[in-house]
Every structure is written in structure tokens, then in C-alpha cells.
Design a protein around this ligand. Structure first.
Ligand SMILES: [Zn+2]
Ligand SMILES: [Zn+2]
Length: 260
């Protein structure tokens, strides 16, 4: 698998369990070509994000890791940044501080509710209503022009929040927005290990994405070195099956391609 990339992982700078060398070591064992570290950067003060006081250290450490790549695995400077509607200028400013190779835009909040870690408000709306609210934010994130990649496309299903009615139209509409905005989607393999038990996004959505021509990249969302490149064999098989022949790679916020 020496051509593959894993573009989504978290270290102790945010909510991950270990530091850069441990993830690198695992990436070497998995024979990856590139990995990207994407610790959480968010405007909302939360404990699972990089604290502002640590920004300079992260910047310096990761930049030097990117510059001193070993011959086997190259390191990319990524960040996973929360999207908040109406705060685009602040987000832009935040992103500009980091010499990123790529920026993942993620929706973890609906209003002030961090639905990704706080289960208390599920049931307050119908699941269909939640899907509508969530995908509206994903569409806005894609249209904002702030991000290179949209993270975990259908994260709203994480805790088995399944829609009451078929949402194909909503997925398709959102994928068309990604295509129009020229934003890459990630196949985030962490979903299989979550209560929802399937990739973000699932096969049906991937099929639509391939047909519409939304570019794709690959991320494990590892929060522990053991999770680097998790389920990547299945993921690559699935990507080929739905019609993808290439995945996207990044450097300096410019894109390249890797043939599958
Ligand atoms: Zn995330
Ligand atoms: Zn993540």
C-alpha cells in the first residue's frame, strides 16, 4: 500500500492519545506514502481542541516534521477546523496562522450543541429535521471557500441517528454543492468503529459522489497510533467498486492525485 495517504489524525495537541513519532512509526509499519496530522482547531473553547497557547509550538513542531521528512513517510501539515455559520472571517483569520498543506472543514456543532460528543439533545427534533440542519451547515461550509476537504460527510449518523425518511435528495444536493464549490470529500474510515457501524459516508453516498465527480481523499480519524490507516483495505476496495480511480493528495494547499 505504499502509495496511500492517511490525512486525518489527532495527537495529544488536541484529543489524541499520543505524539507525532508514535503515529509516524505506525504509518511506517502500514507502509503509507504520506500522513497528515489534523489536530482540532476551533473558535469555541472546548477541551478536545488545541489550546490557543499551544498554537506556536504546534506550528513549529509540525512544520519542522514536514520539512525533515524521512525517506519512507512524508508528513503533511493539516488542521481540522470547525465551521460556524456567520463566523467565516474569524475562521479565515484562524486558518491563516497555520502553514497548512490542507484544511479539513468539519461540522461538529449545530448552534451551540456539540452533537458529536454530547448526546443529550438527540430526540429534541425529529432525525429528519436534524439531517436537514446538519447538511445545511455542511453545504455552507463547502460554499464558504475556507476548506479544502469536508470531514466525515454524514457525521450526524454517528450515534445511530438514522433518518425517518429517505434522505437521498439531501445527500445528492449536498454532493452537488461540494462539486460546484470544488471541495474534496474524505472517506473517513472511523465510522465503522462508532455506534453507526459504517464509513463516513456510506457506500450509497460514495456511489453518488463518484457519479457526480466529487474528488475524494482518505482519512482514518485516528485518535490512537493503532488506528492509523484502519480499515484501509476495505476502503480502497470500496472506492474502486463505486468507480473512483484516483484519490487526492495535498501540499501547500495545492492538489495532486494518486492512482488507486
Ligand atoms: Zn471531526
Ligand atoms: Zn477528526
Amino acid at each position: 500500500m505504499s502509495f496511500l495517504v492517511d490525512y486525518h489524525m489527532h495527537t495529544t495537541f488536541s484529543d489524541g492519545a499520543d505524539t507525532y513519532p508514535a503515529y509516524l512509526e505506525k504509518a511506517r509499519k502500514k507502509d503509507l506514502a504520506e500522513i497528515g496530522f489534523t489536530d482540532h482547531i476551533t473558535l469555541n473553547p472546548v477541551e478536545w481542541s488545541v489550546q490557543e497557547i499551544d498554537y506556536p509550538v504546534l506550528k513549529e513542531n509540525l512544520k519542522s516534521l514536514c520539512n525533515n521528512f524521512s525517506a519512507d513517510v512524508q508528513v503533511r501539515f493539516g488542521i481540522e477546523v470547525d465551521y460556524f455559520e456567520g463566523r467565516e472571517l474569524e475562521i479565515k483569520q484562524l486558518i491563516s496562522y497555520f502553514p497548512a498543506d490542507y484544511v479539513i472543514g468539519s461540522v461538529h456543532f449545530l448552534g451551540e450543541w456539540n452533537f458529536d460528543s454530547d448526546k443529550s439533545l438527540y430526540g429534541k427534533w425529529t432525525n429528519d429535521a436534524l439531517y436537514k440542519m446538519y447538511f445545511e451547515q455542511v453545504q455552507n461550509a463547502a460554499k464558504s471557500g475556507l476548506f479544502d476537504v469536508i470531514g466525515h460527510f454524514d457525521l450526524i449518523k454517528k450515534f445511530r441517528c438514522w433518518p425517518e425518511n429517505d434522505q437521498t435528495h439531501l445527500y445528492e444536493e449536498t454532493l452537488r454543492v461540494l462539486k460546484e464549490a470544488d471541495v474534496v470529500m474524505e472517506l473517513n474510515t472511523s465510522g465503522i468503529d462508532r455506534p453507526c457501524g459504517e464509513f463516513f459516508p456510506n457506500k450509497k453516498i460514495l456511489e453518488m459522489a463518484a457519479k457526480i465527480g466529487v474528488p475524494i481523499t482518505l482519512g482514518s480519524d485516528a485518535h490512537h497510533p493503532e488506528q492509523v490507516a484502519r480499515h484501509f483495505d476495505t476502503a480502497v476496495e470500496l472506492l474502486k467498486e463505486v468507480g473512483y480511480t484516483r484519490i487526492t493528495r495535498f501540499k501547500n494547499r495545492q492538489r495532486g492525485e494518486i492512482s488507486l
